[in-house]
Every structure is written in C-alpha cells, then in structure tokens.
Design a protein around this ligand. Structure first.
Ligand code: TRP
Ligand code: SF4
Length: 328
C-alpha cells in the first residue's frame, strides 16, 4: 500500500508562482508515487472571509482549473471539495472536545492574524478552531504525509497532538501525519515581501509575457546601483532571488556580471521575465484550452466526493465507536 498524502488550498482564485514553488510542484510530483488527496478548503476560507461568500464558487472553479493546468491529474490523484465531505465537521466536533482553548490561542498563526487582521475579524469560534478543522481534513483520510508551507507547521503539530491524545484516550485510531516541506528557496513577491495575494505583489501562473515583463520591470533592485556603471550586490536584490529559482544554470555568471557591473538591471530583469514566461508557456496553453470546458470542474469534484465520502465515513465510524458515541 502506498502512503496517503493530503493537502488543501483555500479557494483564493488564480494561483501564483508562490503557490507553485511553495508546494504545488511537490503535489504534482507526489501524485506519481503516492495515493494523493487534494482538496479545496472552502470551509477554511470562511474562517476569515465569512462576511462575503459570493466569490467562493468562482474562486473554486478558477483554482481547480489552475491545478489541472499546472499538472495535477485527476487520473493520478483525488481532487475534491472539503464541504462535500460531511463527515469532516462531525470529526471536528469530536476533536473540539479534547483540545483546550489555550492550545489554540497559543498557535503562532492565530496570534499573528489577531495582530494583522484585528480582533474584530478573527474573534470567531470558527477562526480559533481553524487548526481543529485542519486536523479533521488530514485525519479523516488517515493521511500519513502532508505537503505544506512552513507557516502551516504549527498547525500540523497540533494535528499530531490531537491524533496522539485521541489515541491515548480512546485507543489507537489515527496515524500521526508527517509534514513534507518544500526544499525550494522561499520565493519573494515583486516588492520583496512574501508573494501573496493580499500584498498584490504576485506573478500569476496565467500572466501573459507582457504582464510578466511589466511586473518584473517594476521590481526594486539593489538600491546602491543608481547608474549602470555602479557595481551591484545581488544578495540584496529581489530580481536575483527570483533568478535563483528560474535561472539556476546562469546564476554564477549573473552574480559576477552584477558585481562587476557588466550587466544592467533592465537587461537582468528582461532575462528573468523571459525565463518565467517560457516556463509558464505550457501552463498558459493548457489553461486556455481548459477554460473552454469549465464544467469539467463540477465533474471532477463530484467524482472526488464519491471516492472520498466512503473513506471518510468509515473513518468517522471508527472514531465514533472508539469514543462510545452513538453505540448501545
Ligand atoms: N491551512 C491551509 C492553508 O491555509 C489549508 C489547509 C486546510 C490544509 N486543511 C489542510 C493544508 C490540510 C494541508 C492539509 O494554506
Ligand atoms: Fe539585481 Fe540583476 Fe540589477 Fe544585479 S543586475 S542588482 S541582480 S537586477
């Protein structure tokens, strides 16, 4: 039996390079060797975005089409939507009995979001319970491996804690899942901060060569390089950070050319923009042909739900029996 892998993304619309290098490429590789479950985490989107839910459906469609264009293949992995799996919320309820408020309040992402979004947005029961929902997503399919970004590690630790506690209270029921972290260097957005939809500093997978050139041209480079003849410092330059990912074979040369002022920043940027455009060209083509058949998303999600629901019900039944809930 192959190890089971699970991972989920909030439906946030079009994907960008940060997603791709963060863990989408890992997911694409894993589908070749593992039994993979990849889902749209739509309930998760509501933990912060519950006021306006009008974009959930279009964002789900766009994101699944992007997944497919990037290379996730429903013949090799199972793609589904969290809200179609009704056993998940019941498992959340059972976990909510055994996890303490303090453990949830101590979560670094909780504290950070509290600071960033303000208490008014995140003082809901659902937001505090977000890691419990994530634990249920993972344990409902008995996953052993979870490809996640580094920011999700504390949540995964809490999942492991929930699994251990459940097992020790009610008997062995769940495996303790392990994270799979991406080995790619962190990819910065065009402003040097983490690439993120909320910072508007991203390059989307579907961006045209013109969009990419425009975005890359705007990037800040080494501030000490005011004129073409000034020597550069690639270590402080975001363009160089992106070259690390996109031009690994040219990196040593580029570094020298920058330090010796043999290359101008505009040329360096255009080289980067070209590389990114070339790499994304097959994606754009597939994405365009998929867009002519958006009904495919409904079919894929229905097939995914039919496959996952029996697995999830079986798991939930096991958990209920272990807890002596609903038995006589
Ligand atoms: N919390 C993840 C995020 O915001 C999404 C997610 C939800 C997830 N459930 C998961 C990831 C289970 C991996 C496994 O990015
Ligand atoms: Fe950055 Fe390239 Fe300019 Fe050097 S030459 S500062 S690496 S953009």
């Amino acid at each position: 039996m192959k190890d089971r892998v699970v991972s989920g993304y909030r439906p946030s619309g079009r994907l960008h390079l940060g997603h791709y290098h963060g863990n989408l490429n890992t997911m694409i590789d894993l589908q070749e060797t593992h039994e993979c479950y990849f889902f749209v985490a739509d309930w998760h989107a509501l933990t912060t975005g519950y006021r306006d839910t009008s974009m959930l459906a279009p964002y789900t469609t766009e994101m699944v089409l992007d997944w497919l264009a990037a290379g996730l293949d429903p013949a090799k992995c199972t793609i589904y939507r969290q809200s179609d799996i009704h056993s998940i919320p019941e498992l959340v309820l059972s976990f909510s009995m055994i996890i303490s408020l303090g453990e949830l309040e101590r979560c670094p992402t909780y504290k950070e979001q509290l600071r960033e979004l303000g208490a008014r947005v995140v003082n809901t029961y659902g937001f505090l319970g977000y890691p419990v929902l994530m634990a249920a997503d993972i344990l409902i399919v008995d996953a052993e491996l979870v490809p996640v970004g580094e920011d999700q590690l504390p949540h995964l630790e809490l999942t492991r804690e929930i699994a251990r506690r459940f097992n020790s209270l009610y008997g062995q029921t769940f495996p303790e899942p392990q994270p799979i972290l991406s080995t790619a260097p962190k990819i910065p957005g065009t402003d040097g901060r983490k690439m993120s939809k909320s910072y508007d500093n991203y390059i989307q997978l579907e961006d045209s060569p013109e969009d990419i050139e425009r975005k890359v041209r705007k990037m800040i480079t080494d501030p000490a390089r005011k004129r073409r003849e000034d020597k550069g410092h690639p270590e402080v330059c975001t363009v160089f950070e992106l070259h690390k990912v996109h031009s690994p074979e040219r990196l040593a040369d580029l570094e020298k050319e920058c330090r010796d002022a043999l290359i101008g920043c505009t040329d360096c940027k255009d080289m980067l923009a070209n590389r990114i455009s070339e790499e994304l060209a097959p994606f754009r083509e597939r994405r365009e042909s998929l867009a002519t058949n958006p009904g495919i998303v409904r079919e894929i999600l229905e097939a995914g739900a039919s496959k996952v629901n029996p697995i999830a019900s079986e798991c939930l039944e096991r958990a209920r029996r272990a807890m002596n809930i609903g038995t006589l």
